[in-house]
Design a binder for this molecule. Structure first.
Ligand code: 13P
Length: 250
């Protein structure tokens, strides 16, 4: 049985004092969860989040990183730097980064490799635009993005990569993929992984759904056989709402 991973992606929100208060409120609400609880916070909140989450079951992640270890890359943060402060997870290739910051399948692949080099668990985002969906390209786009992101990784590394299927038209729009559509897309991703790395590996990869997940739809989505939890944006900014998503079993 695969574990469910429920990760919050705060995007460019929350200040250090808000981070501390949020985690203090969230910790008792999720302490008995059998699901993995992750908060991916802005760089400036990481240190506060890590300190406040000590002795809780909440894991902390970053939202991006550079693929080089160090050097003349003004404004960038490396996997080595994240590891040094004990960050555990990192989101790679979020559609907002692909769209606004020229992230490509190639940089995503380099970042995934760098993450493993420094023992970070990558959460790799894939997803189609509305246009691609309407022209029937969803499966092709998301399986290609997955294949390119994982290129050159060992079977063990692939097993330890989390994929987040986030249809771009569902992000921040209030529109959620139907549970059947989300499950089918995730199954297509899993089948592609099976084709390349074998069924055993594919059965172990955690594949989340993201895009307007909230407490009112988490249960129906996360109970689908291929959906192993979620990557949650807007609804991860309120501790009580996020805790209900983490505790979706009721
Ligand atoms: P929303 O949950 O706000 O739609 O955002 C999804 C997302 O992009 C998570 O990475």
């Amino acid at each position: 049985m695969r574990k469910k991973v429920i990760a919050g992606n705060w995007k460019m929100n929350m200040l250090p004092d808000e981070t501390i208060r949020f985690i203090e409120e969230l910790a008792p609400l999720v302490k008995d969860s059998k699901n993995e609880v992750v908060l991916c916070v802005p760089y400036t909140d990481l240190f506060y989040a890590l300190l406040t989450a000590q002795n809780t079951n909440i894991k902390i992640g970053a939202q991006n990183m550079h693929f080089e270890e160090s050097g003349a890359y003004t404004g960038e943060v490396s996997a080595k730097m994240l590891q040094a402060i004990h960050v555990e997870y990192v989101i790679i290739g979020h559609s907002e980064r692909r769209q606004y910051f020229h992230e490509t399948d190639e940089t995503v692949n380099k970042k995934v490799k760098a993450a493993f080099q420094y023992d970070l668990k990558p959460i790799v985002c894939v997803g189609e635009t509305l246009e691609q969906r309407e022209s029937g390209e969803t499966e092709k786009i998301i399986t290609e993005q997955t294949q390119l992101a994982l290129q050159g990784l060992s079977n063990e590394q692939v097993e330890n990569t989390i994929i987040a299927y986030e249809p771009i038209w569902a992000i921040g729009t209030g529109k959620t993929a139907t549970k059947e559509d989300a499950n089918n897309s995730i199954q297509a991703i899993r089948n592609k992984i099976a084709e390349i790395y074998g069924q055993m590996v594919a059965n172990r990869v955690i594949i989340q759904y993201g895009g307007s997940v909230k407490s009112s739809n988490a249960k129906e989505l996360f109970e689908m056989p291929h959906i192993d939890g979620g990557l949650v944006g807007g609804a991860s900014l309120k501790a009580e709402e996020f805790s209900k998503i983490v505790n979706f079993e009721g």
